[in-house]
Design a protein around this ligand. Structure first.
Ligand code: ZN
Length: 461
């Protein structure tokens, strides 16, 4: 049996770098489990920065126990949790080779016994080193050039929310941006926000009326959270005023860029579209009104591949499901499940991860640019970091679902009263946050009324 030690560290050296230690440990444990390794020891350094040069007692203990052959493998969240000084890394590589110690990282594997693995570790280490030498100054200038090139020449029109220096926030417009962002995140449609803005005669920079397209473009731009964007990708932090937070920008992008929003409008009159499955063939039921206009969900045979056997009337079904969802919102189990998630500074942790990965990508590109590494080394290293960043992006997007519910938790009575007044989008979000799907079983022959016994709900939480 391979005996593994887990190393975790929280550094307080910069804001946002606060992946909960519990989370690091849990992920490392899971990885060890996948490998079939037995976790025999945990080494945790907290609140000590690898940069401050202070001694990390648990890291030293880890090295001693590797040396003493008490453990055969090390599991760590990121390679950069282990060391940030090249000298430390070289020592570590040396030690691992001598003792044939394995290393696994949650963010992707590093095999220090191979040349490639060592190179990866050196690159990760090198980019973690916040150097202020000529090279990074050159890069900063280059990025500025890129950002400037992305702007209309000659300064161009100022962006909404900012003064003509493109940097200083204009308080009144910034307030409008914050309001729109909050409303969009809460599920208000862009169209309804625009109507409201136009009613209040809040014009665009050109003094025109807002359209959903203009509003979407503004809310999805990284600029308003003080971030630099290049070809639609967020490339770095900017040095101008942020009006909303980077987390909000990520949520807005996830939400407004969501292909679900572009489905045809008639389908959205159906609260449970996409949430119902056929009990015979497991295909999704589709919204299909009868010729007389009465609303139904059906398993459609034909190109979509359904069996065509299941049909259920929409009105009674929707009333019943809404009732069940509201009831569920008051259940202690759901409150516990969601609270657990909200206390965790997870969103900030994933955001920090995304930013850190971006920093590494930038620096990596610069290393290639200055011929410190070859193109293939660059591509290889980039793939690993991008993978980490993608994972973090996905986790962040998944958090949105939870936040939809936060204000309604344990307050189903209040929500019940307001339910009819909510937009369909908002209703769908609340239902989908609680309910994964409902399997609709066969109807009883000759039984024409709505029959709840046909329904088998699968809850999310
Ligand atoms: Zn079917």
């Amino acid at each position: 049996m391979i005996r593994a030690g887990i190393y975790a560290r929280i550094s307080s050296d910069r804001e946002g770098d606060n992946l909960a230690i519990g989370r690091q440990l849990a992920d490392c444990e899971e990885l060890a489990g996948k490998r079939g390794w037995e976790v025999v020891e945990r080494y945790v350094d907290s609140d000590l920065s690898a940069w401050s040069g202070k001694v990390r007692p648990e890291y030293r203990r880890l090295l001693e126990e590797i040396e003493a052959r008490l453990i055969d493998a090390v599991v760590v969240y990121h390679a950069d949790r282990l060391h940030r000084h090249p000298k430390e890394l070289e020592e570590f590589i040396d030690l691992c080779q001598r003792t044939e110690t394995k290393l696994a990282t949650v963010s992707g594997d590093l095999d220090l016994s191979t040349h490639e693995g060592q190179l990866m570790a050196r690159i990760t280490g090198a980019v973690a080193k916040k150097s202020s030498d000529d090279m990074s100054r050159r890069i900063r200038r280059k990025h500025q050039d890129i950002a400037l090139a992305g702007r209309p020449s000659g300064g161009g029109t100022r962006p909404f929310g900012y003064e003509s220096d493109h940097r200083t926030a204009r308080p009144a417009e910034a307030a409008v941006i914050r309001e729109c962002a909050a409303r969009a995140l809460a599920g208000d449609s862009l169209r309804s926000i625009c109507i409201d803005l136009n009613d209040r005669e809040v014009g665009t920079v050109q003094g025109k009326r807002w359209s959903p397209q203009t509003l979407r473009r503004m809310l999805m731009s990284a600029r308003i959270s003080g971030q630099r964007e290049h070809h639609g990708e967020i490339v770095a932090a900017g040095d101008w005023d942020a009006i909303i937070t980077p987390v909000e920008t990520h949520r807005l992008r996830a939400k407004l860029g969501d292909p679900d929003r572009r489905t045809n409008r008639s389908a959205r009159r159906y609260l449970l579209a996409r949430l119902l499955r056929c009990g015979h063939c497991e295909m999704k039921l589709l919204a299909r009104p009868r010729d007389d206009g009465s609303r139904r969900y059906v398993c459609a045979s034909g190109p979509s591949g359904g069996c065509g056997k299941t049909t259920i009337v929409a009105d009674a079904l929707e009333l019943f499901i809404v009732d069940a969802v509201l009831h569920r919102l008051d259940s202690p189990e759901l409150a516990a499940a969601l609270n657990g998630r909200q206390d965790d500074p997870e969103g900030a942790g994933w955001q920090a991860e995304i930013e850190q990965a971006q920093e590494q990508l930038d620096e990596l590109a610069a290393m290639w640019g200055s011929n410190e590494i070859s193109r293939s080394e660059w591509l290889k290293a980039r793939a690993t970091i991008q993978q980490r960043q993608d994972t973090a992006r996905k986790r962040l997007a998944a958090l949105n679902r939870t936040s939809v519910l936060s204000e309604h938790l344990g307050n189903a009575v209040g929500l019940r009263e307001r339910w009819a007044g909510l937009t369909l989008t908002r209703q769908q979000q609340i239902v989908a946050a609680v309910l994964d799907h409902v399997v609709v079983g066969p109807g009883r022959r000759g039984f024409n009324k709505f029959d709840p016994a046909r329904l088998d709900p699968v809850w999310r939480a």
